[in-house]
Every structure is written in C-alpha cells, then in structure tokens.
Design a protein around this ligand. Structure first.
Ligand code: GLU
Length: 545
C-alpha cells in the first residue's frame, strides 16, 4: 500500500486535494423528487437531432420536477473539437427555448455554482482523482507507447504475455516503484489505467430507468482513465463530473449501455454513490429503399438541427414532433388540448418510449402545417420577414418594400377563416407558394389557348376592382355569362355543347392568368393583394399577347 502511495506521489507531485474538491461541490439543495439532469455534448460539429432529442428529454425531466438542467461541454477530445460547434449548440438551445439553468457562456463565464461547465477546464480535478486511485492501488501508470492508440498495446500483450480471453490486463499493471521511477527518469510518458478487480467471470446487474433491470458481463479491462496528455476519456470524466456536479439522472444515448459495466466499476473504485442512468432510444428512419437505419448526419439533411432553422420550421413543430416520438400519448393530449402550450404536457421517465422511434418528415410537416395555420397573417408576415433577414436577404428586402401586399397574402383564408388552409409547413416554401406575388406568371397551362385569350380579353375589358368577395364573384359571373359560360351547373351538365364551360372553368382561367396556377385561395384576396394596377397589367399581358 505504501508503495502505491509513493508511486502516486512520483507521478503527480502536485495536485489538488480530493477532499477539498469534494467540499467545493456541496450537495445540492433540492425539493423532494426534483431531478438534476444535464446535456453533455462533445462540441465536434453540427447538432444532431438525436442529441437534441436527448437534451430535450433531460430538459423536460428537470422542468417537470422543478429540478435543474445544465449543460456541460465534453471537449476533452480536442483534436475533434470545432470551435463553432459550441456556438451552434447554444444557438439551437436558445432558439428552441431549451435553455439550461447552469452553463458556461461562450466568453467563458460560468453561470451556476458547480462549474467549470466545460471539461477542458477540469483537468486538474481529474488528475487529483487519478492520483487517489493510484495511491489506493486501484489504478496504475501504463508506459506502453501510444497507449491511447490500442494497437501497440495489443501487440505488446501478444508478445509479452500469455493470452487470456477473459482478462484484458495491461502489461504495466504491476510495475514496482523502481520500475516506474526508471520510466519517469527516462522521460517516458504514461497513461493511467484502472486496475480492474474482475477477471472476466463476473456479471453485473444495473437498473436503467427506461429499460428496467439489465445484466451484462462485468468489466474486465484495465481501461484508460487519463491519456498520456493528462486528459481523461469520457468514462472517467463523466463519473467525476456527474458526481461532483450533482446530476441525479444521466440521460444519454443507448449506445452507452454496452460501456455501463465499465462505468459501474469506476464509480465503485472512486467510492461514489451509483448514479441513475436513463438510456434514451436512438432515432431511426426508413430510407428511400425502405430500409430502417439510424438517422445519419452524413446522409440525412434532417439530422442536423440547423436544417429546421434554415427551412423556417416553426420551433414548436419540432418540439411537438419530438414529444410525439418520446411518448405517443402526446398526440391524444394535443387533440384534447388543441390550444395549450406543449410545455403543459407533463411526462415522466416511465412514459418515455422503449421502442426505437422512427422519424417521419411527413408527420412533422403535418404538425408544422397545423401550427402555421393558427398563426395570424400579421404574425406570419413578421415571422417570414425575420426568417428572410437571416436566410434570404434579397427576399427580406422585397417583403419589406411590399409589406402591404404580403401581409394581405399572409392573411388570406387564415385570419377570418373558420377553416384555415393547412398547406404551408415552413417559411422557406412561402416564396414559391406565393410565387405569383413576386413576378407575373409566364407559363400558362391551358387546354384551349384561343378560349383562354378570348375570355381574358373580355374579362379585362369589363373588369372592375372589387371591394368584397361577393362583389368579385357577381362581376365574374356576369362577364362569364355574357361570354358563353354556363351559370347554371345542372344545365351545363345536360347540355355541355351549348357552353364554353361552367363558371368554375371561367374562374380557373382568370386564376391561371393572374397566378399561373389552377387552384389556390379565393381569387378576390389575390386580386386585393396584387392591387388594381398589377391585376389589369396581368390580364392585359394575356389579352395582348
Ligand atoms: N459527450 C458524450 C456524447 O456526446 C455525452 C454522453 C453523455 O451524455 O453522458 O456522446
């Protein structure tokens, strides 16, 4: 035992005091049942929808129990770190309103008493705990070259040590003080490994809050706690951080289930209370070939949370869709409470789905359509403009100059309508949707060109700017009637040969002339939005072509 202590001193002559560290992280004062959860991203690129899903679950568990939700950046893998990744993560959390109670700002200021909320600033803490484990004989220095690149260690094992399938003991696990000293005098770098207590014959049981009791082979690897640069991989850092920072439930992806036995041994070695794990299912999708696969950041645009911002999806549509994936009960609740904010929907861990949810953009679009249909015209215009200011500056200018027209278009069959149209699911599609408002159409698909031209000519001649839908329809009927269209549908059905078409056909021709489209919202609103001058110009364009 004394020798372990000496080795520890040799390796880490100056470290923080573990007891003092523990004192600086007092037990959190929580209400009964309140949970402390966290989102612990490795800032290495875009924010994957699966990570957001996890953050969203963590956020809800904390909020639904009056607990605390914090963000901790796991940036110890500095080779992979992308600076902007942190910015993106915070941007997404902010825009979606999943803001943490405790975190470190981009400028490096900690908000909360359990920081630093970023692992690269916690290295001295990890070192102190590593030293403690070495001093207790529960960990040891490993001098094998490139210990973080496994290959060399594997080779060493093969040549120097007897093969043993069950154990994965490291060649350096029993070095004496003298041997360690020799290495250090030599200037050899070292990693710190756990000296596992197991030999491969043990099993371990653990409880997952979603999946229930699980059992697996206990860890029997001398896995790395500190790499040769003094920085810990995930397992060690997470055990120390979640304990000190007072996490009560670790919500993480189910890809971590297989390494949970390692984490359990680590918590025991460190003398920590076991922590509650909640492994959330990953999100899947059915690809173009009908195969089910994990939603992938390389293949799927919708895997990147920025996609939803770039396309201008209403934020709540994503949150509500994810609530649907978390728990199918949300859909029923939504039907019963159509106007209640999603955050009123309370769910507990036991409600989280155990089956892998499958992402379906059509379902998401339906939710988004529904949400957009409830936004009033003025607000929709404002949302569109704000979105365009970020993602399409040219469009933003047009929207600002043509405000009156665009507000009218946004209001169409929306504000006063008992049954608003449900065909817009994101802001990026509105430019095409209202394409006719940006430029006069130049592609007119009609069966009979001559009929089209003749009628529009007559229509243009007799056109009077309407003041109401009724006025517009009466006038259109009048012009259609005097130009050979049937006003009575029954008669038209009996004697179609007597007419050029029915009134619906006449309206369709006017619509094509003004918008280039065969269907859409009531023409009166479109004419009102375009204004008299532009309406006449469009009719003339056909009449005189
Ligand atoms: N940094 C880990 C990851 O991004 C966190 C896992 C966890 O939540 O514990 O996968």
């Amino acid at each position: 035992m004394e020798e372990y202590k000496q080795i520890a001193e040799l390796l880490f002559p100056k470290t923080l005091d573990v007891e003092k560290i523990k004192q600086s992280y007092p037990k959190r004062k929580l209400l009964d049942g309140s949970q402390v959860t966290r989102y612990a991203p490795s800032p290495t690129g875009m924010m994957h929808i699966g990570n957001f899903f996890q953050a969203f679950i963590s956020y809800n568990i904390a909020k639904n129990t009056n607990g605390v939700f914090y963000v901790r950046f796991e940036d110890t893998d500095s080779k992979r770190e992308i600076k902007e990744a942190k910015e993106v993560i915070y941007q997404i959390l902010k825009e979606f309103g999943i803001w943490p109670d405790e975190y470190q700002s981009l400028e490096g200021q900690d908000f909360g008493k359990y920081g630093p909320y970023i692992q690269s600033q916690r290295v001295e803490i990890y070192k102190a705990f590593a030293k403690k484990l070495v001093a207790e004989g529960k960990a040891f220095p490993c001098f094998c070259k490139k210990t973080e690149g496994k290959e060399d260690v594997e080779k060493l094992r093969e040549t120097k040590f007897e093969q043993d399938d069950e154990k994965e003991y490291d060649p350096c696990r029993n070095l004496s003080y003298e041997e360690v000293k020799k290495h250090l005098d030599n200037g050899d770098s070292f990693a710190i490994r756990l000296k596992t207590k197991n030999d491969g014959s043990q099993r371990v049981k653990f409880y997952d809050l979603i999946k229930g009791e699980l059992e697996a082979k206990a860890n029997s690897k001398d896995f790395i706690l500190l790499k040769s640069d003094g920085v810990p991989p995930y397992a060690f850092a997470h055990a120390i951080d979640d304990t000190l920072m007072g996490t009560t439930i670790v919500v993480r992806g189910e890809e971590y289930i297989s390494s949970t036995p390692m984490h359990i041994e680590l918590f025991q070695a460190l003398g920590f209370e076991p922590i509650c794990y909640c492994h959330n299912p990953l999100i899947w999708k059915i690809d173009e070939n009908g195969n089910k696969r994990k939603i992938s950041k390389r293949k799927d645009l919708e895997a990147d949370m920025r996609f939803y911002l770039q396309y201008g999806y209403p934020k709540e549509s994503i949150l509500e869709y994810l609530l649907n994936l978390i728990n199918s009960g949300f859909e029923i609740w939504r039907k019963e409470n159509p106007d209640t904010h999603w955050s009123e929907y309370k769910f507990g861990i036991k409600d989280i789905t155990t089956v892998a949810p499958v992402f379906d953009i059509i379902k998401l679009n339906d939710i988004a359509k529904n949400i957009i249909s409830k936004i009033n015209g003025e607000k929709l215009y404002e949302d569109w403009l704000q979105w365009a200011k970020v993602y399409d500056k040219e469009l933003a200018e047009i929207l600002e100059t043509g405000k009156e027209k665009f507000v009218k278009l946004c209001k169409m069959e929306r504000d006063e309508s008992p049954k608003p149209r449900k065909d817009i699911y994101n802001l990026s599609m509105m430019k095409d949707y209202f394409g006719y408002a940006f430029a006069k159409p130049n592609n007119f698909e009609v069966e009979d060109e001559k009929l089209f031209k003749d009628f529009i000519k007559a229509y243009e001649k007799n056109f009077v700017m309407p003041n109401s839908n009724q006025e517009w329809f009466d006038k259109t009927k009048e012009i259609a009637g005097t130009n050979g269209f049937a006003l009575d549908n029954k008669d038209f059905k009996l004697n179609p040969q007597n007419y050029k078409g029915n009134i619906a056909k006449a309206c369709e021709l006017v619509r094509i002339a003004l918008t280039g489209q065969k269907s859409g919202p009531s023409l009166y609103y479109i004419i009102d939005a375009l204004g008299e001058e532009e309406t006449r110009a469009r009719l003339k364009f056909i009449a005189e072509s």
